[in-house]
Design a protein around this ligand. Structure first.
Ligand SMILES: NC(=O)c1ccc[n+]([C@@H]2O[C@H](COP(=O)([O-])OP(=O)(O)OC[C@H]3O[C@@H](n4cnc5c(N)ncnc54)[C@H](O)[C@@H]3O)[C@@H](O)[C@H]2O)c1
Ligand SMILES: [Zn+2]
Ligand SMILES: [Zn+2]
Length: 383
């Protein structure tokens, strides 16, 4: 089959690999009809995630058709069209039972933090992902969800990660009626977090980024204020000033380890790898939230240490909430929002690439060329 193939930082290509096969009675094989590239893939692409092995196929946002099932799969059948949450979860362990599907204890047994994730290095279990024609999906009765009749496939595709992650970012912020919410990052995740903040009762939503085209998009799409941090002398000071010097009620980090905006963080986090990525947006979030406020972190960081202002967290009495999104927990509610038209995820898709052009797609999304917000990949067998 044709699959994305990681060759080292900034080098990916499409090449032929053996078709995946059923390895366990609870596996299914999915023929992929669409997959996305995510900001999380960029951390891999930029070489920021430990144990990202040459030869791995990335891709944790995909949908497709069930073409084979193991002998112990009962809820899916061959021919079903499914969306597949990015978390690989067993559904039975102590953490899955608490609906912490991003923290499954079985799918990534070598780790004590994250559970398994498709195509996300050996720190997340070493599973090949869905930027391919076929993918093996473990615990097939747990994650894969049959796409409801009438749902646009592009919307379904974005329910595998971006929509639940944006929604959970807002949810973890504990947003109350009348709150001011600041979202750092106007990528697909930040855009969705801004949109979802309104669903929880926010009265004011402010987005910070430095890419004008994304600020323009989020202003229209999420009906919010949006500012370019490069044109602000100090984004923290600006945010305090615009909130009567109180700070925001809730700040959301939807940037993670590839953050720009602070030379020291960039050099130590992204160039020298002395910390697990640049923590600039998290810094700004902690410093611009009000005393007693909540900082919600969905931006991804590596497993080692980061330079963050923990003294300010203590002295301001801030609550930090963070996690990988628990996609399966949120799906019923989010399917409802999409079917009722309250969320329109597919509007963020700006580019479609044949899988053969995966290298160009990564380059465009990474370098933020051609006003790219969300690129999707179409395998040749799906055309
Ligand atoms: N927790 C989860 O479950 C989960 C799921 C999906 C994605 N993520 C993470 O969410 C983050 C965003 O993903 P995405 O797909 O939107 O990525 P993206 O790369 O498209 O967007 C990131 C945006 O942040 C902006 N940015 C850079 N530095 C900034 C700063 N200092 N302040 C404000 N904005 C800044 C960039 O210009 C860009 O627009 C990534 O870290 C990704 O790994 C987490
Ligand atoms: Zn993703
Ligand atoms: Zn589990």
């Amino acid at each position: 089959m044709l699959a994305m193939n990681y060759r080292g930082p900034f080098r990916v290509r499409a090449s032929h690999k053996p078709d995946p096969v059923i390895l366990h009675p609870e596996d299914a094989i999915i023929k992929v009809t669409r997959s996305c590239i995510c900001g999380s893939d960029l951390h891999l692409y930029h070489g920021l995630v430990p144990d990202t092995r040459v030869g791995m196929t990335f891709g944790h946002e995909f949908m497709g058709e069930v073409v084979d099932i193991g002998s112990d799969v009962h809820k899916l059948k061959v021919g079903d069209t499914v969306l597949v949450p990015f978390n690989i979860a067993c559904g039975k362990c102590a953490f899955c039972k608490q609906e912490l599907y991003g923290n499954c204890h079985e799918s990534n047994p070598q780790a004590t933090a994250v559970g398994g994730i498709f195509g996300y290095s050996h720190t997340a279990g070493g599973y090949d992902g869905g930027q391919a024609e076929y993918v093996r999906v473990p615990y097939a009765d747990v994650g894969p969800t049959v796409i409801p009749e009438g749902m646009d496939p592009d919307d379904a595709l974005l329910l595998t990660d971006v929509v639940p992650t944006g929604y959970q970012a807002a949810e973890m912020g504990g947003i109350k009626q009348g709150d001011t919410v600041v979202v750092f990052g106007a990528g697909p995740v930040g855009i969705m977090a801004a949109k979802c903040a309104w669903l929880f009762g926010a009265a004011r939503v402010i987005v910070i980024d430095h890419l004008e085209y994304r600020l323009e998009f989020v202003r229209n799409y999420a009906n919010c204020e949006a500012y370019n941090f490069e044109s602000l002398e100090d984004p923290v000071l600006f945010l305090k000033k615009t909130t009567d010097w109180f700070g925001a009620d809730v700040c959301i980090d939807a940037v993670g380890s590839d953050a720009a905006g602070n030379a020291l963080q960039t050099i130590t986090g992204r160039k020298l790898l002395l910390q697990a990525g640049s923590a600039t947006a998290l810094h700004w979030a902690i410093n611009s939230v009000k005393k007693g406020g909540i900082v919600s972190v969905v931006g991804v960081y590596g497993p080692t240490d980061n330079l963050i202002p923990i003294g300010n967290v203590v002295n301001k009495g801030i609550t930090i909430r963070a996690n990988q999104a628990s996609v399966k927990r949120l799906l019923p509610k989010l399917i409802d929002h999409v079917m009722a038209g309250r969320l329109n995820p597919k509007a963020i898709i700006t580019h479609r690439f044949p899988l053969e052009e995966v290298a160009d797609a990564y380059h465009m999304f990474s370098a933020k060329l051609d006003n790219c917000i969300k690129p999707i990949l179409i395998p040749p067998s799906a055309k």
